[in-house]
Write a protein of this length. Structure first.
Length: 451
């Protein structure tokens, strides 16, 4: 390791290879605090050549590494749990000029989502993926996890925004396809392959990204329902009938109360409904009329919806939604499960999951919320008696219902023991063959995804 440290210091400069425990500790614990590891050193390259040199050096020394961006990942994939070294991409912050005609931009892997949002806004453009960790999550991490977030129902996941990548593969070679054309059928789609690979195939160093026009007006409504079933039906009806649906998010009364208390704000009256749905529409004109007509037609509603048509009050409603993960984290170390359910099974699942947690850990808090429009629920369990057995019980329910055990956060370390049960043997064999081809010595994130 001493020889490797010397070599890495030569590559990136000594100040970018911290080895002191105090300096490396923040890189070794994840956002949830559930996953804690340790690392002998962190390497912080400043460009793609340095990344390639680091990967080659690690390969030569047979030392494993964990690529890390903002370290906001939620499945234990971003931290060194078995003494790996950390390759931090945060210095890869170069952001290219916004191409307003082609509606695209090239962003370095270390650019945060928020920095990207700010950079493209003056051109009347925005980025299709948004999530509450925007201030810290990086483009590289979002590519590596195929992040989803709150606007997938309209614009798709990270993969849909991706027009090309630059990356260093596990063998130290560089792939680069950043022309960023909308149509470009010139061979294998390597960007798509790296998207969702969770740092196991290559270190993403830059991405060419699709941008979308900012809608002229945006309106947000918080609508109350008596049951999850009514909310699921409303979600489908809204997506059928209303043009420009940007987001359909589910919250339950407990979660809203917790978020309101965490933010120290008064909740709108509709928050008293057992179930609330936050809907955002982005349209050309009179969002009030469009939204009012849409809401009127929904069955099973409770109370008066809270409607916002200016950015500030819309922001207030969104903050209630965005605060859910933080509010849960304030209760302790959260077991986070991120699942997709087929729409017809969603309401029953919400009941079952509460029952299942209550039976196993009666004093624990179980918070369920999520991206209703995509069928994606976040199950957060925290408090006394919460064990891996609860994770298993929840995921069993998901599998029985024909859902997915990871909607958007990935497999990481947390769900690795589940992978072979939910993917066909042929799929796993193909995963392994790809892994061997691109990372022949298995030095990239050896403890993530594949057992
Ligand atoms: P990290 O946490 O640093 O890494 C995540 C994974 O990607 C790890 O396996 C790591 O090894 C790998 N990786 C990181 N950078 C690279 C790279 N350059 N090349 C190769 N591999 C790399 N996720 C959603 O999908 N939707 C949400 O709505 C959402 N909301 C969130 C809200 C909060 C408050 C928090 C804390 C997290 C949320 N997340 C959400 C999870 C997280 O923000 C995403 O997974 C995000 O994509 C991670 O980005 P990151 O830069 O922090 O990556
Ligand atoms: C959310 C994250 C946790 O949607 O995915 O809040
Ligand atoms: Zn989410």
């Amino acid at each position: 390791l001493d020889a490797l440290t010397t070599e890495l210091r030569r590559i990136v400069g000594a100040q970018h290879v911290p080895t002191d425990r105090d300096d490396t500790a923040p890189y070794a614990t994840d956002w949830t605090r559930r996953w804690r590891g340790a690392t002998p050193l962190v390497a912080r390259p400043g460009d793609v050549d340095e990344v390639a040199a680091i990967v080659r050096a690690c390969r030569a020394h047979r030392v494993a590494l964990v690529p890390q961006g903002g370290n906001t990942g939620l499945v234990g994939g971003s931290v060194p749990l078995a003494g790996e070294i950390v390759l931090s991409t945060r210095r890869l912050e170069r952001l290219g000029d916004v191409d307003a005609l082609g509606m695209r931009v090239v962003a370095g892997a270390g650019v945060t989502l928020e920095a990207l949002q700010h950079a493209v806004a003056p051109a009347g453009l925005r980025f299709g993926v948004d999530l509450a960790a925007r201030g810290t999550a990086t483009i590289g991490g979002m590519v590596a996890t195929n992040a989803g977030g709150t606007h997938v129902v309209r614009h798709g996941t990270m993969r849909v925004q991706l027009l090309g990548v630059e990356a260093v593969l596990g063998d130290g070679s560089v792939i680069r396809h950043l022309r960023g054309l909308r149509k470009d059928n010139t061979g294998y789609d390597l960007a798509s392959l790296l998207c969702g690979s969770e740092g196991t195939l290559g270190v993403v160093t830059a991405a060419a990204l699709r941008l979308i026009p900012t809608p002229r007006t945006v309106a947000v409504a918080l609508i109350g329902f008596a049951t999850v079933d009514a909310a699921v039906r409303a979600s489908a009806q809204l997506q059928h009938d209303v043009p420009g649906i940007e987001a359909v998010e589910l919250m339950l009364r407990d979660g809203l109360r917790l978020a309101g208390a965490h933010l120290d704000v008064t909740l709108p009256a509709v928050a008293e409904a057992p179930v609330t749905v936050l809907v955002e529409i982005g349209v050309a004109e009179s969002p009030v009329d469009v939204l009012a007509a849409a809401v009127q037609g929904l069955e099973g509603r409770v109370g008066e919806p809270a409607v916002a048509i200016d950015a500030r009050s819309a922001g207030r409603l969104w903050r209630l939604r965005d605060a859910h993960p933080e509010a849960a984290a304030a209760l302790g170390v959260v077991h986070k499960l991120d699942v997709t359910l087929p729409a017809p099974a969603l309401a029953a699942f919400v009941d079952q999951v509460h029952q299942s947690v209550r039976a196993r850990a009666p004093e624990a808090t179980c918070l369920v919320y999520g991206h209703l429009g995509d069928g994606n629920l976040h199950v957060n369990v925290v408090g006394p008696g919460v064990t891996d057995e609860i994770d298993d019980a929840v995921l069993d329910l998901v599998v029985e219902a024909g859902g997915s055990i990871s909607a958007e956060h990935g497999i990481g370390t947390a769900k690795r023991r589940w992978l072979e049960q939910v993917r066909a043997p042929g799929d796993i064999a193909a995963f392994r063959a790809i892994k061997r081809a691109l990372d022949p010595d298995g030095i990239l994130n050896p403890n993530v995804l594949l057992a």
